[in-house]
Design a protein around this ligand. Structure first.
Ligand code: ZN
Length: 148
């Protein structure tokens, strides 16, 4: 348990308990549901995009502290970012969390606290759910995003 306790750093606990941008965007231009059956994390992601810039991002749903913290930090990051910047960050985040690549961790900003999850394969899908849901939202896919 001590490793896991280390993993739940202060920022993850804070975002998990008091998620930012936890609301519905009524005029959302993008919407996507994401599901991580392995842990039971479910989220709905809302984006309001104008001229290729994500002006607002928010989410709703229920999940573990890691999935909630990841979605909370991601929606904070996305405000004012272009779709291109969002996709670049997905790649950086994916490489750090799934591939365990450390060279670009600093570019993740405060989301770097989630990089420690790469050592816990069972929690990787919790951390990446929001980001996979984001890709589904940007691509406007017809089906809900699932990590399985
Ligand atoms: Zn989870």
């Amino acid at each position: 348990m001590s490793d896991l306790r280390e993993l739940y750093q202060e920022m993850i606990i804070d975002h998990g308990r008091r998620p930012r941008n936890f609301c519905v965007i009524d005029d959302a231009t993008h919407f996507k549901k994401g599901n991580n059956p392995l842990c039971g994390d479910k989220l709905m992601l809302y984006l309001e995009e104008k001229n290729g810039v994500i002006e607002k991002a928010s989410f709703q749903g229920a999940g573990c502290a890691i999935s909630t913290a990841s979605a909370s930090m991601m929606t904070q990051f996305l405000q004012g970012k272009t779709e291109v910047e969002a996709r670049e960050m997905f790649t950086l985040f994916h490489d750090a969390i799934i591939e365990g690549k450390t060279e670009n961790v600093a570019k993740l900003g405060k989301m770097a606290v989630l990089a420690g999850v790469s050592e816990f394969p069972a929690r990787v899908k919790c951390a990446t759910l929001a980001w996979h849901t984001l890709m589904g939202a940007l691509d406007k896919t017809d089906i809900d995003v699932t990590t399985e």
